[in-house]
Design a binder for this molecule. Structure first.
Ligand code: ATP
Ligand code: MG
Length: 382
């Protein structure tokens, strides 16, 4: 009896050795969440791949569409499955190939069950000959269509079209980080890149409004929420007004203001990390893009953080970041007008080479410890 299924392949997870079941577990959980409103028979693991067994009520197109957004998947495909029997396989291939008449075809067999009597090359030849004799064009070097036959224990899968996955590692397999989110283009992309490597990413945003209530109405929750398409779960968004910081620095007229502000956010983020178990901080810093992002200023900024600060878009060109933002779907939100804190109060000529001792001296003067304590009482998860 034949049935339809979706076969899901990973590459990096396959290299994980003894940790593989754990990585697979994260992937299975994420797929189940992504497919929670879909109908299917079951999801199983077998011979270094996952199999989603479909039934007659399954919406294949919708399920395939959702798998495109899950990290840790190298490729996936709709497959017809049958007994590992050459006659059945040939029948299914011949029938399925009909819609590719006129195109060049290659048969590509893979055996994970080595006890199957024919070797992969022999399967290719046998099935290829059947197609050739029925008038199909075969081209083993540069085919337009690749028909893949997977020989497994007790089953064979026949695949006509492979779909590329997002790659990366399943979200949840690497631990939790906290991303400093601004209203711009770079930080959502930075968060997405960390999620791609398996991180759960939550956000903190320092907003220019008087009350946290007001930021709820802004684009910021939409921006942090946009990433949930790829993480399968809604991230946390911590918000606090910039007032606790700016009422202390207002009028200081220092060229280190931007760096002081970054250090303030980092210190708050580190406090949050202690409470919530984040293992690192993420920013959308991009080397030399603006004054606060020189090596000198990132050095002075970093000193405020006990946790490592990760900057996944540090070396990207702006157009590379924009292209990625478009691809992941955050660009349109990012360019919507928003009164970001830095644009409000930043000094006209910020220093590109702040000195740590000068910055620390100002922090002592404004009693930064108290500022952080106050900020921690104002912070809210929305
Ligand atoms: P982005 O496009 O992400 O806004 P940017 O080029 O505007 O970046 P900056 O404004 O210098 O760069 O900010 C650098 C990084 O500092 C941001 O990517 C973000 O991680 C963090 N950041 C900036 N402003 C805020 C804020 N108001 N709240 C939280 N984090 C912020
Ligand atoms: Mg910004």
């Amino acid at each position: 009896m034949t049935e339809k299924l979706i076969t899901i392949h990973y590459n990096e997870i396959a290299l994980k050795g003894a940790n593989r079941p754990e990585f697979e577990g994260h992937l299975v959980r994420n797929i189940k969440i992504a497919l929670r409103s879909e109908t299917y028979e079951k999801i199983g693991r077998k011979e270094a791949r996952l199999l989603v067994v479909l039934n007659e009520k399954s919406d294949e197109i919708s399920i395939l569409g959702k798998l495109k957004h899950i990290f840790g998947i190298h490729w996936f495909a709709l497959a017809i499955t049958c007994k590992p029997d050459m006659e059945e396989i040939k029948q299914i291939v011949s029938k399925g190939a009909e819609k590719y008449i006129g195109k060049t075809i290659k048969v590509d067999a893979k055996r994970s069950d080595k006890s199957f009597p024919l070797k992969s090359m022999e399967i290719n030849k046998d099935v290829g000959a059947v197609l050739y004799n029925s008038g199909f064009k075969i081209d083993v070097n540069n085919p337009q269509v690749m028909i893949r036959i997977e020989i497994m224990r007790n089953q064979a899968n026949i695949i006509f079209e492979r779909i590329g996955g997002l790659g990366g590692l399943p979200v949840g397999s690497a631990g939790k980080v906290l991303c400093l989110l601004s209203g711009g283009i770079d930080s959502p992309v930075a968060a997405w890149l960390m999620a791609k490597r398996g991180c759960i990413v939550d956000f903190i945003h320092v907003h220019p409004f008087a009350k946290n209530e007001q930021v709820k109405e802004s684009k910021m929750p939409k921006l942090s929420g946009a990433i949930s398409l790829y993480t399968q779960t809604e991230p946390k968004l911590f918000v606090l007004p910039h007032d606790s910081f700016y009422k202390k620095t207002f009028g200081l007229n220092t060229r280190s203001e931007l760096v002081l502000f970054r250090r303030f956010i980092l210190k708050v983020a580190n406090e949050l990390a202690k409470k919530h178990g984040y293992l690192g901080i993420v920013t959308g810093d991009n080397l030399a893009q603006v004054a606060s992002q020189t090596l000198e200023n990132m050095l002075t900024t970093n000193e405020a953080s006990e946790l490592p600060v990760y900057r996944p878009v540090l070396t990207y060109d702006k157009d590379e970041i924009i292209n990625l933002a478009r691809k992941i779907g955050t660009y349109e939100l990012s360019i919507q007008e928003y009164r970001d804190c830095c644009s409000l109060v930043a000094q006209k000529h910020p220093s590109t080479k702040t000195k740590l001792d000068e910055v620390k001296e100002i922090e002592t003067k404004i009693e930064i410890k108290k500022v952080i304590e106050e900020a921690m009482t104002e912070i809210q998860e929305i």
